[in-house]
Structures are given as C-alpha cells and as structure tokens.
Design a protein around this ligand. Sequence first.
Ligand code: ADP
Length: 259
Amino acid sequence: MLQEGSGLSGIRCLVGFASGKGGVGRSTVLVNLGVMLAEKGAKVGLLDADLEDPGLLPLLGIQGRPEIEEGKIFPFEEYGVKALSLDFLLEGSSPSPSELPQEPSFLQEKLQTVAWGELEYLLIELPPGRGTITRLATQAFPFAGIVLVMTPQTSAVPALGRTAELYRGLKIPIVGVIENMSFLLCPYCLKGIEVFGHGLGRMMSLRLKAAHLGEIPIDPGLRLSGERGEVLVALEPRSPIAEVFKQVADNLVERFKKP
Ligand code: ADP
C-alpha cells in the first residue's frame, strides 16, 4: 500500500501509462488491460491525466459528471473498474496546464479528494511526451512504475527514448513496454502483416532493461468498440484479442507481485 497519510493509502500500485507520441493506442490498451485485470479479480481504478486530449472515459461509454458529496468525488464505475478524468479534479483551477500551481502538493490534494476506496491498481494515463502535466504528475504521484506503449515504427523510437529518459531521470522505474499495432492478421491467409513493422517493442524493452509485456495486434474490433464506448475484452472474452490482453495482464501482475 502507498504511504499512510498520503490520502492514497488504500491504493497498492500507481502505474503510469506513457508514450512518446499520441495516437499509439495508450487509452485503448490501458482500458482493455484495466478491464482484464478487473475480470481477473483485481480492484482497479483508471485515471485520465491527459488534459489536452482526454479520451479514456468515452472508451468506457461514460458521459456526464461524477457524483460529489461532502467534498469527495465518486469515480464512475463501468465494466468492473472505477474511472475518472483529471479534468473533474481541476475544475475551478486554471484551464491551462502551464498555469496550474507547480507544487506537487496541489495535484496530490486533488487526487485525495477522490473516493477510490481500496484499489490494487490505479492505472494513470499520462499525456504523451514530456509536457507540464507529465512533469507535475510525476512529482506528485508516487508511481510504482511506468508502462510505455509504442507502435513498432522506427520513427517512434526517438520520442519514446526521450520520454523514457524523463522517467529514468526522476528515478521512476520503467516496468515494461507494450508494442501496440504489432501486426494485422490477414483474414484470408491468416498470416500476420506487419503494417507498421514489428519487434521494436522488444528492442526498446531490452534497451531500457524493462519487461517486454506483450504485442497487441491491429484489430478493427478494438477501434470500433472504442468508438461505441464498449470494451472489447469484456464483449468478447473468448476472442484471440482477449487472450492477448490476458497475457499482457499476467505479465503486468508479475511485475508488481507482492514480495
Ligand atoms: P492514444 O491514447 O495513444 O492517443 P488511442 O487509444 O486513442 O491512442 O488510439 C488511437 C486510435 O487507434 C483509436 O482510433 C483506436 O481505436 C485505434 N487503435 C488503438 N490500438 C489499436 C489496435 N491495436 N487495433 C486497432 N485500432 C487501434
């Protein structure tokens, strides 16, 4: 559990999901992985801290406003996970991340207003790159580790490397790398087509001395379900894509095993 007195003492592991650039599937991977962890019996919370492009709640079909009672914000609950966006915690503060108070205590206090209850994992979607919110969040939240999500294009590597450097510089462990959009299974010949290349996730994990958590194929169902606000691994729990997420979830759990 996190430090007593931090207000987050009911949370065992805070895990940040980061990437070098946007559009690599951070939200999609985080949501399906979070729901898979919950299906395996873990208590899971998801927080969208990407203020510039918040997209996590719609992927769970969540609209509207959270309930607030006596100063406490109650996260939404869908697909067995609790979920919230940092937007709601910052209402009344400056709309521009660069104008937010820079002291770590500011975001810490905001996160403490959420009635998360007991959680095994709080997965936090960080903005891509190294902007203000990323810097504030990394100073404010006691991350147990960072998961990097990337696509296997050569052009993705420099930005990912710079993002990784930021976390390493802050002594926050990078626990693993997930390669998303690794290949497309041809429905006719059943061979994998490596649309964006393949294997750079493994290479980055070796370079960063982090675990290679898995390779997620391009699946049109992931895009479609996301647009409908539905979570594919919950809709099709016996599908090959759910099996892939199961394996990634197992690999992630392994990284945070209790000693
Ligand atoms: P990010 O959070 O990194 O900006 P998103 O999760 O919003 O990225 O994904 C960007 C787009 O790519 C979305 O339309 C999403 O549905 C799609 N997408 C992400 N991962 C996959 C995948 N493995 N297969 C098919 N589409 C994907």
